[in-house]
Ligand binder design. Structure first.
Ligand code: SIN
Length: 387
């Protein structure tokens, strides 16, 4: 009996070593045992626990369901982000020293460009005092949140966005695992210089490439033909590729031209999206131009085609100083510079991301060639050619 007890103690010790410091058995709240230094040996300098700030903005991840099985029947943006992190304790404390900040608590669709601007300032401020930041958002416009932050945050420390397809309070929710993995990824420093990344469903995606491709499934996010950057398999963070901007790490070119601190505090220009389809009329473009839009992105068919009526309306609007970006409604592939005055090619960007790049560009300059150049670089997933 005595022998058996000793054997099981040895077995538990071996399992603890094999699983490593971040592993814990479900529900167990034991503090991680500190290794005792051998007498005479110098005590190793303990690595400081990475500091991660979690900024909550709402969405399904903070949602409360009617019952434990009402997967689609719930209110988004109800639980405070501090409560979400508290539910992950004590496990999350083993990977990061986490603090929380409530930026807002609502649907992702309810955020405006002025609020986006404040979010950038909040993230950059948090990165001054932390090793990484996690932003929780609704998934519907998460790709826009991500690309905006990618274009505007000045720090090269990790920024990880996460959310969930099922609310926090249903059985089988993806919310707690997504938040835990996002904190783990931010704490690891593995995406330093990657800009903003999105972490959902165990997958890591680059902000520029990621898009929501399903309204309901848990695997709702995809990076199209570029593919994801990597995956998280429990304690293993596997980063298989980097976004092209990582090439500029440590150089001045890493930062985008869009320093919001230098852009005047007046409202940013209005940029709208007009969708083309069989027989599409001129009304949307006309209305946007009449309402004072500085730019319009066309979500064209194939490689950027738009209907004859839309083309006519576009020509008129260009004469009145509106700048157009031609994007594709297909969801992938590039629209190149069409060499038409007043129209630039949106490159690999989806219409909703092209809108953000055009908006920030027009807040900075009206030089069409300069803006096309930004689309050719910031708007593509390409590494720069070696000379
Ligand atoms: C939202 O985008 O705020 C609601 C939907 C979601 O988070 O999945």
């Amino acid at each position: 009996m005595h022998q058996l007890a000793r054997r099981s103690t040895v077995l538990i010790a071996l399992v603890t070593i094999a699983l490593g410091p971040t592993a814990s058995l479900a529900g167990a709240a034991e503090p991680h045992p500190k290794p005792t230094p051998k007498s005479g040996a110098a005590e190793p300098h303990p690595k400081p626990t990475p500091k991660v700030a979690v900024i909550g903005t709402g969405g399904t991840i903070a949602g409360v369901s009617k019952s434990k099985v009402s997967f689609d029947d719930y209110e988004a943006g109800k639980l405070p982000v501090s409560r979400l992190v508290r539910d992950l304790r004590p496990d999350v404390d083993r990977i990061a020293a986490v603090t929380t900040q409530q930026f807002g608590n609502k649907d992702s669709n309810n955020y405006s460009i002025p609020e986006y601007r404040r979010l950038t300032a909040t993230v950059d401020h948090a990165l001054k005092y932390n090793d990484g930041v996690v932003v929780t958002t609704g998934t519907d416009t998460m790709e826009e949140f991500a690309y905006w932050l990618d274009l505007t945050v000045r720090s090269d420390k990790p920024v990880v966005l996460t959310g969930a397809m099922r609310p926090w309070t249903v059985i089988g929710s993806d919310a707690p695992a997504n938040l835990y993995n996002a904190i783990h990824l931010a704490a690891s420093g593995r995406t330093t210089c990657f800009g903003t990344v999105v972490m959902l469903n165990d997958e890591i995606h680059a902000a520029r490439e990621v898009r929501k491709t399903d309204a309901l499934r848990l695997n709702a996010f995809s990076s199209g033909s570029s593919g994801e950057l990597g995956v998280i398999d429990q304690n293993r963070i596997r980063v298989n590729r980097a976004p092209a901007r990582a090439e500029q790490c440590g150089k001045s070119g890493w930062k985008t031209p869009f320093d919001l601190g230098r852009i005047a505090r007046r409202p940013l220009p209005e940029v709208e999206i007009a969708y083309s389809y069989q027989g599409a009329g001129p009304e949307a473009i006309k209305a946007f131009a009449d309402a004072g839009a500085a730019g319009v992105v066309t979500a064209g068919t194939g490689a950027g085609g738009i209907s004859p009526a839309m083309t006519e309306a576009r020509d008129d609007a260009v004469k009145n100083g509106v700048l157009f970006a031609s994007a594709s409604r297909t969801g992938s592939g590039a629209v190149y510079d069409p060499h038409v005055r007043g129209v630039i090619g949106a490159e690999d960007l989806t219409p909703q991301k092209a809108r953000l790049l055009l908006l920030l560009s027009l807040a900075t300059t009206h030089n069409e060639h300069r803006i096309q150049k930004w689309f050719d670089t910031l708007g593509t997933a390409q590494f720069r050619p070696r000379r």
